[in-house]
Design a binder for this molecule. Structure first.
Ligand code: ATP
Length: 306
């Protein structure tokens, strides 16, 4: 019996390893598939970072030639500052974050990091300088520890735990029987959207990049989770050049500048206070969101009273 068991056990192990690598490869292809056409030019240099200033100069971009998505967008995120992009759905907000990470090249204008055009630097050095917390994080079918350590392969257990704490995922880790050895399932399906996003934040804390792109999840999180994520994001963005792609206005109040994008153009820009005083698009978006929140609260209260 034992003679039969051992080879079967071995086969089982190989099967699990192959399945694991297939899922890792799948996750990798999902990332790579987004930008198959971008190649380093022959004269590229590694990015020389001085502070991490990001500058968009009259950027034009279209996914398909017959439909321009960004129609001349210019703004600067000074080193260490936070700029938030808001605007109606489909305005081109996430496209801006994809261009900064160079998933695509611009069709007009240029994007600079510390004065260097993205097309003149190696993609490897650019992506090493940028941490991205995307809307939907793809996790590897492995443990929580593996998924957090992905931010920096050599990180110690203590560093992983510290990053988890800053990202406010440590409470969740403690509540699971296997702690950091908890398997997250295929693509992280065993975790909620908020938990996955906090794993992505912990990863970014370990990576420690000078530039951050935070692409907020569109899906509504409960207000407690949202608050926790917001706190974690505020901590991670401290002292880093941060571009926030915001779907909820409550998260942008403290930004150094808010850019209101409408159909690929900047319609308004300023601080929260300045934009509210203008009584324009930002002000009406804010009022609409407040009304929706109030309606949700009334419904919730009515549900609880029943
Ligand atoms: P939301 O708030 O709904 O996330 P957004 O402002 O972030 O919207 P983008 O994701 O930047 O909008 O998309 C801008 C426009 O580009 C949309 O009309 C979208 O349909 C289109 N678009 C996005 N990705 C692609 C793509 N890969 N190919 C073609 N069109 C695309």
């Amino acid at each position: 019996m034992i003679q039969l068991y051992q080879p079967l056990n071995f086969l089982g192990m190989i099967y699990r390893e192959i399945k694991q690598s297939l899922i890792d490869i799948e996750a990798m292809f999902a990332i790579l598939a987004r930008a198959p056409e971008i190649k380093d030019g022959s004269a590229v240099q590694p990015l020389a970072l001085t502070g991490g200033t990001v500058r968009f100069e009259d950027v034009r971009f279209s996914y398909d030639p017959d439909r321009e998505i960004l129609k001349g967008v210019s703004f600067e995120v000074p080193a260490g500052r936070t700029v938030a992009i808001v605007g109606p759905s489909g305005a081109g907000k996430s496209t801006i974050s994809r261009l900064l990470f160079r998933f695509y090249d611009v069709n007009g204008g240029r994007i600079l990091v510390d004065g260097q055009d993205l097309r003149d630097v190696t993609q490897e050095s650019l992506r090493a300088a940028i941490g991205m917390v995307p809307q939907d994080t793809v996790l590897f079918n492995d443990t929580l520890a593996y998924n957090i350590r992905y931010g920096r392969a050599g990180a110690s257990d203590e560093e992983v735990a510290r990053a988890a704490e800053l990202a406010q995922i440590d409470g969740f880790v403690r509540r699971t029987p296997k702690g950091y050895q908890t398997e997250v399932g295929e693509r992280g399906l065993k975790l909620s959207g908020g938990e996955k996003q906090r794993v992505a934040i912990a990863r970014t804390i370990l990576k420690n990049p000078p530039i951050l792109i935070l692409d907020e999840a569109t899906s509504a999180l409960d207000s407690h989770t949202e608050r926790e994520i917001q706190d974690a994001l505020e901590r991670v963005s401290l002292g880093r050049t941060t571009l926030v792609i915001a779907h909820r206005l409550s998260t942008v109040v403290g930004a150094d500048e808010i850019i209101v994008l409408e159909q690929g153009r900047i319609a308004e820009r300023g601080t929260h206070g300045e934009l509210m005083a203008r009584h324009g698009l930002y002000h009406s978006m804010w009022e609409r969101q407040r009304e929706a929140e109030r309606a949700r609260e009334t419904l919730k209260a009515a549900g609880e009273a029943e």
